[in-house]
Design a protein around this ligand. Sequence first.
Ligand code: BTN
Length: 330
Amino acid sequence: MDSLEISQDSVKLKLLKKLLISQEYISGETLANDLGISRTAIWKHIEQLRESGYKIEAQPRQGYRLLSRPQQDLSLEEIGLCLKTSWMGHRLIYLSETASTNDVAKQLARQEAAPGTVVLAGHQTHGKGRLGRRWISPPDVNLYFSIVLRPNVSPSKAAVATLVVAVAIVKAIREVAGIPATIKWPNDILCQGRKLVGILTEMSADMDRVHHIVVGIGINCNSDLTSLSNHLLAPATSITLETGTIVARDQLLCCCLEQLEKYYSIWIEQGFASIVDEWKRHSETLGKRIKVLVDDQIVEGTAVDLDQNGNLILNRENEIIRIIAGDVLV
Ligand code: BTN
């Protein structure tokens, strides 16, 4: 299977940035000197950029000039160009097909991959959902990505990571697609009551220390009704079905990573208490009468609040109960 990698300090990305900001031709010699590589290496990178969809003109004695950027809605180089984070996504591995990006990210995490390493797939053959469910992952239309994180918190505190991620993703979707996405506790993202995003968090920890967390995010971007009808458990939707347009997946991914870096930092530096209000603002669940599957039991009541540990507070016939983990039934 194809595997590509882009890192913020790769020569190819630096070369592309130079071509992008220059209105004029730049000679192979200037590029080679600036980047500290040979002219042959420059030529090889230019060829790779052309294969990725960049139209680059080459003129004898004048050099190279960028004519146009790729047309497809997901380009690794465009992600490298538009990403404005300090560390999140600075190493990004793209696999055209894999069983599950969470499994690849967990393997990398065990091999000491840096926090913020992202594994992105074009297609997952065994995409995983929460509670042992499947995540249907048709090729080249959606986003399937997993991130390695290493929060210096105790395992009990790390449980809110998924809620932090949900806030970041809902903000990114609202910003890029302009649709009224909401969060269903604990961490599904819906639009008009239909599922748009799933988040699967897996943790490796001792009793008192988290080794790593892998957060897997599946966003239904440009899939049609046919592929979504495979989501048997809950009605699903996609950004394209909500807006009638194709969303640029590279732009959406950049925005997700930027929001993730922002909210992850707030969580680590100030605690989840500083994010609770943002979670509540986008909540689909609060104020509603709901049924929650807790272990094998269904608990019914009105969702009245979210506490500072991410627990859902339910009013069950005037008895207040706190739910730590569960699945809100649709
Ligand atoms: C759920 O709603 O049950 C969670 C779905 C999570 C799906 C994503 S897609 C990327 C990552 N890889 C996986 O196998 N699952 C997550």
